[in-house]
Design a protein around this ligand. Structure first.
Ligand code: PRP
Length: 179
């Protein structure tokens, strides 16, 4: 086990890269079977999903497209507190089979919001493919058809996920060490 320090916190190895890749392959195999003949559009959510998306897409063998989208927050200028807007989507999703590629579903609010936004565009279907899910922290009712791994509620970094924007480049996934 190795320990890394990022800013004021320490993290220990919890899921090595080789194990992650084996599990991503299992989900990629399912996607290849389920989306045969459908030419899905994968929508990867920046920033966190960039590494997962790169590995997953190289395991996808059916004809498909990928786009990268981002939620931009505008805080403090609305009476409701904060509002998030989907950015970077520049293609018509009407009638298309959409697969959202996400690094983590934690409370589930981001995914619930995104599914709602996408459904307004009349896609043929919308499914979620998330590297990680924290079932113990879900605050909304979500159907995550393609979850690579389920993990406890602890804060994690690495393989695209950050702590205060750092640590995304770590190859393995690390869990916070409570002091
Ligand atoms: O289920 P939730 O509680 O909504 O949390 C999950 C979201 O939080 C993280 O994104 P973040 O806004 O930190 O941006 P990032 O991808 O740039 O790190 C992560 O990438 C998910 O999109």
């Amino acid at each position: 086990m190795s320990i890394v320090k990022i800013k004021d916190k320490s993290f220990k190895t919890s899921i090595p890269e080789a194990e992650i890749l084996k599990k991503v392959q299992v989900v990629a195999d399912r996607l290849n079977k389920d989306y045969e003949g459908k030419t899905p559009v994968f929508l990867a959510v920046l920033n966190g999903a960039f590494i997962f998306a790169a590995d997953l897409m190289r395991m996808i063998t059916v004809p498909s497209e990928i786009s990268f989208v981002k939620y931009a927050s505008y805080e403090g200028t609305f009476s409701t507190g904060s509002m998030k807007t989907l950015m970077g989507l520049n293609q018509d999703l009407a009638g298309r089979h959409v697969v959202i590629v996400e690094d983590i579903v934690d409370s589930g609010f981001t995914m619930a919001h995104m599914i709602e936004d996408l459904k307004k565009m009349n896609p043929a279907s919308v499914e979620v493919c998330s590297l990680l899910v924290k079932p113990g922290n879900l605050k909304v009712d979500l159907d995550i058809n393609y979850a690579v791994m389920k993990i406890p509620n602890d804060f994690i970094v690495g393989y695209g996920l950050d702590y205060d924007q750092e640590g995304r480049n770590l190859r393995d996934i690390y869990t916070i060490v409570e002091e």
